[in-house]
Design a protein around this ligand. Structure first.
Ligand code: GTP
Ligand code: MG
Length: 344
């Protein structure tokens, strides 16, 4: 039994290299331009821009001159030149349908370990996009996060990606003991499973955003093959820190930026981002569902796949696919068990 447990992880090693080999040459070809390549922008201005949240050329390209003036103190002429230059430098080009189809071929799907839920998701949770699970407390969002964190490590033939996982934990919900149980359930050596999950505790929303920004660095510097990034919970800090009506716009703006960073990460690294989100009561809703996801449109529009999870009868859970761009809406039932989640 012990040997059986260890075998799949050992065999997996070459596969990991293969996975990085797909994305690395592409990265090397495009030498990325940065803020310091902009005309009239020195180190001091770069620092000011970065402090104000202008992290890359794209953020400058889509900014207004006023925003840049406020952020860095440059004059209007320079600000306009910066924007124009950022727009030219950026490859804002179009991809052909064929290129996109080719890209879709590299998409991997992480099986949830249940047939019904996999079917609902068109095979599993996809790389190259954000999957959001929202629902009330105790509905199973964090449990699915743990299941994915283990199953992503399985070889591709077994419904995984053969890659590693980053878990950004905002509410101290990560449970290593749970990883051990789930790993045993799918014949992965529990120690290996734990080693392949890099956990970072985020203490507030700024810290959470910073951690998300660092993922790309970690992948490059440490040569990791990260295929799944979990943010559990995406919205808890934002919800706690921005209270009251006046702060809603600020919160949404920050959340939007955070989602953009995650979306870019999913796209450029061909990895899966799984985020969890709570719901709040809609007091003015008399028909239909009386709850809605925190962060509303900002989170929803940035997630390719949205799952609404609720408690069903007799301890079961029901996942509903919401607004998928290409999958039919539908529902899948599952139960949370010792080894993860299972079909009813
Ligand atoms: P919030 O983070 O509070 O919004 O909830 P959540 O949606 O993340 O809920 P979570 O995924 O933490 O689900 C909690 C539920 O999972 C519990 O109510 C238990 O029913 C179930 N659960 C948690 N751990 C285990 C376990 O080890 N075995 C079994 N069978 N069930 C578990
Ligand atoms: Mg949770």
């Amino acid at each position: 039994m012990k040997q059986e447990l260890e075998a799949p992880m050992l065999e997996q090693k070459p596969k990991k290299e293969k996975a990085t080999a797909i994305s690395k040459p592409k990265m090397a070809e495009t030498k990325e331009k940065t803020l310091s390549d902009l005309p009239g922008v020195g180190a001091a201005t770069v620092e000011k821009l970065e402090l104000a949240g202008f992290a890359d050329l794209m953020s400058v390209a889509v900014a207004t001159p006023g925003e840049l003036i406020d952020a860095s103190g440059v004059g209007e002429g320079v600000a306009k030149k910066m924007i124009a230059a950022a727009r030219t430098m950026l490859d804002m080009g179009f991809s052909s349908g064929l290129d996109l189809l080719e890209k879709r071929k590299n998409v991997m799907k992480i099986s949830t370990g249940t047939e019904e839920l996999d079917k609902l998701l068109g095979g599993g949770v996809e790389t190259n996009g954000i999957t959001e699970a929202y629902g009330q407390y105790g509905s199973g969002k964090s449990q699915i996060a743990h299941v994915l964190a283990v199953r992503a490590q399985l070889p591709v033939e077994e419904g995984g990606t053969g890659g590693q996982v980053i878990f950004i934990d905002t509410e101290s919900t990560f449970r290593p003991e749970r990883i051990v149980e789930i790993a045993k359930g799918c014949n992965i050596d529990p120690d290996e499973a734990l080693k392949n999950i890099k956990v970072a505790r985020a203490y507030n929303s700024d810290h959470q955003m910073l951690l998300a920004e660092k993922v790309e660095d970690i992948i490059k510097k440490e040569g990791l093959s990260i295929k799944l990034v979990i943010v559990d919970s995406l919205t808890a800090h934002f919800r706690a820190e921005f209270v009251g009506r006046g702060t809603l716009a600020d919160r949404q703006q920050k959340l939007n930026k955070h989602m953009h960073i995650l979306a870019k990460l999913a796209d450029t690294q061909n990895l899966c981002v799984y985020v969890t989100n709570q719901v709040m009561a809609k007091p003015d809703q008399f028909f239909g569902d009386p709850t809605e996801a925190i962060g509303g449109n900002i989170v929803g529009h940035n997630s390719q796949t949205r799952l609404y999870i609720r408690k069903g009868k007799k301890g079961t859970r029901v996942a509903k696919l919401v607004d998928s761009p290409y999958l039919p809406d539908g529902e899948a039932g599952f139960v949370i068990t010792q080894s993860g989640i299972e079909d009813i």
